[in-house]
Design a binder for this molecule. Sequence first.
Ligand SMILES: NC(=O)c1ccc[n+]([C@@H]2O[C@H](COP(=O)([O-])OP(=O)(O)OC[C@H]3O[C@@H](n4cnc5c(N)ncnc54)[C@H](OP(=O)(O)O)[C@@H]3O)[C@@H](O)[C@H]2O)c1
Length: 270
Amino acid sequence: MSVFNASRLIGKTVLVTGASAGIGAATAVLFAKGGSNVILAARRTEALKSVAEQCAKAHKESGLQQGGKFATVQLDVSDKKQVASFLDNVPEELRKVDILVNNAGFVLGVERVGDISDADIEAMFSVNVFGLIAVTQLFIKDFKARKTGHIINIGSIAGREPYAGGSIYCATKHAVNAFTGALMRELVDTPIRVTEIQPGMVETEFSVVRFRGDKSAADKVYEGLQPLVAEDIAEEIVWAASRPPHVNIAELFVLPVNQASPTINYRGGK
Ligand SMILES: NC(=O)c1ccc[n+]([C@@H]2O[C@H](COP(=O)([O-])OP(=O)(O)OC[C@H]3O[C@@H](n4cnc5c(N)ncnc54)[C@H](OP(=O)(O)O)[C@@H]3O)[C@@H](O)[C@H]2O)c1
């Protein structure tokens, strides 16, 4: 028997952006296990299909009768047209979303200010900030009209404390923090909940993307300590979503035990 009641997730419909890998994929699978329906969105359709199969398996193993409907939708959150027409590609029975997990995001490079390409700056802002805002805007009117909904934004330790070599990524995650805080304040007179999850180091494809495919550079990020895994953050997301309707988990800052800030780590313990 679970100590915490997750039955509130049963039959809910969840949209997870960036569901093809890492935190988003683990989150989709955990919601599936909890009896939710899940729309999985990202750019890589084959990877999405494979995560949807894991969702179906997790749901079957749960033995739950409700939920268990899964749809994969190709979506680049930085493409305004794709966001605008997104719901046309979602099966009708899943169009009333209850929980939106704005997870799609990434970092590119470790260049210092002055050496950062315009393309990298635009790419990070387009996905992490403009994409997250666009997807939120797509659903907020419906949430208000239906007097329901939960928006869970994936921020970062980088949105709390900036670090050298991460100026643009940190700026995007500070923007996520400001946007999320303002949204929560705007919605104070509604039943809509707004949560920001701020992970520290999580070993996913994140660092491989940052180092443009250089796996050995990515591995060095986690050398000598035990980083979080995607499932650790998925548990926090699903926990926040399954609290009673009058409880809003505003922020969750989650670190590996040997990380205290973006630059303060203990690497002698592994
Ligand atoms: N890992 C960490 O240490 C860490 C720490 C703090 C916060 N975060 C945040 O956690 C979130 C998930 O990251 P992760 O660690 O799980 O990284 P990941 O394994 O690289 O996964 C990133 C996901 O985002 C998707 N994505 C990227 N660009 C997209 C776009 N334009 N449109 C739609 N989806 C897009 C990717 O899918 P496609 O490539 O298929 O589109 C992938 O599914 C991000 O917002 C990240 O900033 C991560």
